[in-house]
Every structure is written in structure tokens, then in C-alpha cells.
Design a protein around this ligand. Structure first.
Ligand code: TMP
Length: 210
């Protein structure tokens, strides 16, 4: 898809907690706006009033693994209906901090949810929608954990998980990137923010510049 296309596009950012997505999400939004695109910046779980309420539950309340997956997809259904699809239909670009790849990585890879159940939910919730581009910030879980600790905020239910959990999440992300072909742009998140930013800009230019 070229940036001159009238239909907008969906860009997602993925990676384990502490991989450093936030700065680069802001950068990608700035790049798109600099190319005269209207941009909606959003996140999962969340992105809608109901989704943000579900986010609080998901990040702080203990729950069964399948409840967690169902709530992630419930929030996503609302996100698509209220935010993502209307924005795309209006020709806007949507930049989301996480989408369904996160459920494959965290709930299937990290927690051991049956992958078929995840595929089933994905097929139900967004049978015809995938991101046009997904940035995967890949990082050693030990480095990511040190970054989360340094940030100093009280860790949520996911951030409190052990290194082994994040090792599995990382592996699931990489496997998904390997099987999804050129939708993914995998970035070595151990690099400096400037070096990463240059790669983000280059990927956006290569795919979407007029
Ligand atoms: P964030 O800290 O990047 O905003 O994401 C919130 C947490 O939710 C993060 O630890 C990853 C987790 N998560 C899942 O486990 N499954 C999902 O489908 C999504 C979207 C997020």
C-alpha cells in the first residue's frame, strides 16, 4: 500500500514489556503526519472507554487464562467497531500499541492458551483485518526487565511475570514474525533510540512513501 491510497492503513507496534515502543510510536505518528496523513494513535487493551475499563481489569485482577484471552478479544472487538474501522473508513491511519499478535505472544506463547482457540477468536473478531505493517521490538527479556524496573512505576500483573514467561513471549513473537512474511519489521530494540528511530523511518518510507 502506498501513502497516496485513500483507504488509510493500520500499523501496530509489538514487543515484550520494556522493549521501548512508546518513543517510537510517537515518532511513527509524527512521520505519518509529516506526510499529510490524519493519524489516530491508540492502544490495546484499551483505545475505547469500555476497552480502557477492561484494561484495568486485565492488568490488575487475577483471572483464568481463557477469561484473559476472551477479555482481550472483547476489548479488541470494541476497539475495531468504535475506533479502528471508522478511522480507516474515513481514510485515516491508525497506529496501535499492540493488536492480536500480542494475544498470540502473551496468552498462547506465555500462558499456554490453545493456539486454535486464539485463531478461532481472531477469525470471529477480525476475519478480514490485519495490520498493514507490524513493528516488532525484539529484546533480551533480562534487558527489558531492567528497563521496566528502572522506570520505577508499580509493575502490573504482566510486568510481574518472570523472565521465563517473557522468554516464551519473545519466542512466540519471533515465530509469528517468521511465519507472517513481510507484514513484520523486526527491530533490534537493544540499539539506541536514535538508531531504532532511523529504522522505523526507513521502514515507513520504504512501504508508504509516495
Ligand atoms: P502495554 O503495557 O504495552 O500497554 O500492554 C499491556 C499489557 O497487556 C502488556 O503486558 C501485554 C498485555 N497484553 C496481552 O497479554 N495480550 C494482548 O492481547 C494485549 C493487547 C496485551
Amino acid at each position: 500500500m502506498k501513502i497516496t491510497d485513500p483507504c488509510g492503513g493500520l500499523i501496530s507496534f509489538e514487543g515484550i514489556d520494556g522493549a521501548g515502543k512508546s518513543t517510537q510510536i510517537a515518532r511513527a505518528c509524527a512521520w505519518l503526519r509529516g506526510h499529510r496523513r490524519e493519524v489516530v494513535q491508540t492502544r490495546e487493551p484499551g483505545g475505547t472507554p469500555l476497552g480502557e475499563k477492561l484494561r484495568v481489569l486485565l492488568l490488575h485482577d487475577a483471572m483464568h487464562l481463557e477469561t484473559e484471552a476472551l477479555l482481550m478479544f472483547a476489548a479488541r472487538r470494541e476497539h475495531l467497531a468504535v475506533c479502528i474501522e471508522p478511522a480507516l473508513a474515513a481514510g485515516k491511519w491508525v497506529v496501535t500499541d499492540r493488536f492480536s499478535d500480542a494475544t498470540y505472544a502473551y496468552q498462547v506463547g506465555g500462558r499456554g492458551l490453545d493456539a486454535d482457540k486464539c485463531r478461532h477468536l481472531e477469525q470471529w473478531v477480525h476475519p478480514h483485518r490485519q495490520p498493514d505493517l507490524t513493528f516488532l521490538f525484539d529484546l533480551d527479556p533480562a534487558i527489558a526487565a531492567a528497563r521496566v524496573a528502572k522506570a520505577g512505576a508499580a509493575p502490573d500483573r504482566f510486568e510481574r511475570e518472570q523472565l521465563e514467561f517473557f522468554t516464551q513471549v519473545r519466542a512466540a513473537y519471533l515465530a509469528r514474525a517468521a511465519s507472517a512474511g513481510d507484514r513484520f519489521c523486526v527491530i533490534d530494540a537493544a540499539q539506541s533510540p536514535e538508531a531504532i528511530g532511523a529504522q522505523v523511518d526507513a521502514a515507513l518510507s520504504a512501504r508508504f512513501a509516495p
